[in-house]
Design a protein around this ligand. Sequence first.
Ligand code: GLP
Length: 250
Amino acid sequence: MTTYEPKLVINKTAEEVDSFAALQIISQIQKKPDSVLTLPTGSTPMGMYKKLVEAYKKREIDFSKATICNLDEYWPIDQANPSSYSAYMKKNLIDHINIEASRWNIPNGSASDADVEAKRYDGVVKALSPVDLTILGLGPGTTCHIGFNEKGSAVESRTRFVTLDEQTYKVNAHFFSDPNLIPKGAITQGVGTILESKKIILMAKGEEKAWGINQTLNGPIGTDAPSTFLRYHPDVTVVIDEAAGNNLKT
Ligand code: GLP
């Protein structure tokens, strides 16, 4: 498979990473109002969402024709659970912008059968493909996950149910009021699904992502670090702050 070198943008601060990512979304929608976006959750993109909401309030961005697909959702989880990704998206973006309910897609964490729901969601993304722009975060520690594609995820993997890696489980448990209530699994867009997007931006901030960023850009490409598969895509930008770049050779 042909490999490509992702474009690397190193910003001084985490806030500049947010601004960079928000601007990419704003210009994408200005250029093509009916763009399809795949969007992430987690702590990394929170500032980006804040900037998008500000831009919407200033009428710099209009989401009325856009479509949003989320990357992943825990399973099983009640969508009303404040720690669900559905609740996260509503709180941080959806409830503050002019996107029609029918144009926002996310796996249903309370579906009774995870495999059936994953297949349905893969069909939803496929019908909207190609996605114009995908924004990703990077998993904790040495997971190098994208979406919830943990170690072992194949390059051609599709949307499916996955069991969370132990490191992911531990780190993400802090986002739950009772850490014991984090589900053991999730439904995630596959690596193959993600790679079908026309353009991909990977965001990372802080020293704790420095190992993963170096691995993503310079490590051996393979299932041990699913984010390395991004090097098979011709249009990837990795945007980080200085701390997340600490392991990169200069
Ligand atoms: C979760 C999500 C990922 C996200 C990652 C990073 O595990 N499934 O899509 O990129 O967290 O989280 P954070 O931004 O909080 O470091």
